[in-house]
Design a protein around this ligand. Structure first.
Ligand code: SF4
Length: 210
C-alpha cells in the first residue's frame, strides 16, 4: 500500500500507529486490580517532562496497523480493553471503539483530553496536563479524573480541574513515580483533609508487571 493510502487510513482511524499491546492488570484508578488488554497508540505532543513513555511521542516510529488486526487480537485476551498512549485522542477513536463494541468488549481510554473526544467509551479516565489543557466536552463525560502529582502546585491544579468535571466523576491524586517517596506523604495528608479525593497508586509498578 502506498504511503498516502496508509496516511489516509491513519487519519480516518482505520489504521492506528501501534506502539505495543499487552495483557496485564490495570494498576491505576477505579479499575485497579482488573485484568485488561492494553493497546498503546503512538503519538503525543503534550510534552510532560516526567513522561515515562517518551518513546510513544513520535507517531512515525510506530507501525500503522489495521484496527481489525488490533481488535481481533485483543478479543483473544480480555473483555476489558484499555486504549492508552501516547495521546490516543490525536486519532479518531470511533472506528476502533465501534469494532471493539461489536465484539461485546468494554472500552476504556486513558487520555490527557488535549484533543477532541472521539469514540464510544464505557470508561473515560481523564488525566489532564498543565501544558495542554483538556478540550471542554470531556469534563462532562469523564468517569474518573486522575491528576498526577509531581509537586505541591499540582494540588492546586487538581482542584481547578476537579471544579470543571461532572458531579459523578471520581477524583484521584496519583504520585508521579520518580518522586513518589517525596509526594506520597503530601498526597496522603491532602486526601485525609479533602476526602472527596482518593489516592491512586501505580500498583502495576509495585507488582513489577507492565
Ligand atoms: S500526556 Fe501522557 S504520553 Fe503525553 S507526554 Fe504526558 S504523560 Fe507522556
Amino acid at each position: 500500500m502506498k504511503n498516502e493510502e496508509v496516511l489516509e487510513k491513519v487519519n480516518k482511524g482505520v489504521y492506528l500507529p501501534l506502539m505495543e499491546e499487552f495483557y496485564t492488570i490495570q494498576g491505576e484508578g477505579f479499575h485497579k486490580g482488573t485484568a485488561a488488554y492494553f493497546i498503546r497508540v503512538g503519538g503525543c505532543d503534550v510534552g510532560c517532562h516526567w513522561c515515562d513513555v517518551k518513546e510513544s511521542w513520535n507517531a512515525e516510529t510506530h507501525p500503522p496497523t489495521a484496527i481489525k488486526q488490533i481488535v481481533d487480537n485483543a478479543a483473544k485476551y480480555s473483555d476489558t480493553i484499555v486504549i492508552t498512549g501516547g495521546e490516543p485522542l490525536m486519532w479518531d477513536m470511533t472506528p476502533i471503539t465501534t469494532a471493539l463494541k461489536n465484539k461485546g468488549l468494554k472500552t476504556h481510554i486513558e487520555t490527557s483530553g488535549a484533543y477532541t473526544l472521539s469514540g464510544d467509551w464505557d470508561w473515560i479516565c481523564l488525566s489532564p496536563k498543565k501544558n495542554k489543557l483538556p478540550e471542554g466536552r470531556i469534563y462532562d463525560e469523564a468517569h474518573e479524573l486522575k491528576v498526577i502529582v509531581y509537586n505541591k502546585h499540582d494540588l492546586i491544579f487538581a482542584e481547578e480541574q476537579a471544579a470543571q468535571t461532572n458531579a459523578n466523576c471520581i477524583l484521584y491524586l496519583q504520585p508521579e513515580w520518580s518522586v513518589r517517596d517525596k509526594v506520597v506523604p503530601m498526597i496522603v495528608d491532602y486526601v485525609m483533609n479533602n476526602p472527596k479525593w482518593k489516592v491512586s497508586l501505580q500498583t502495576h509498578k509495585y507488582l513489577n508487571i507492565p
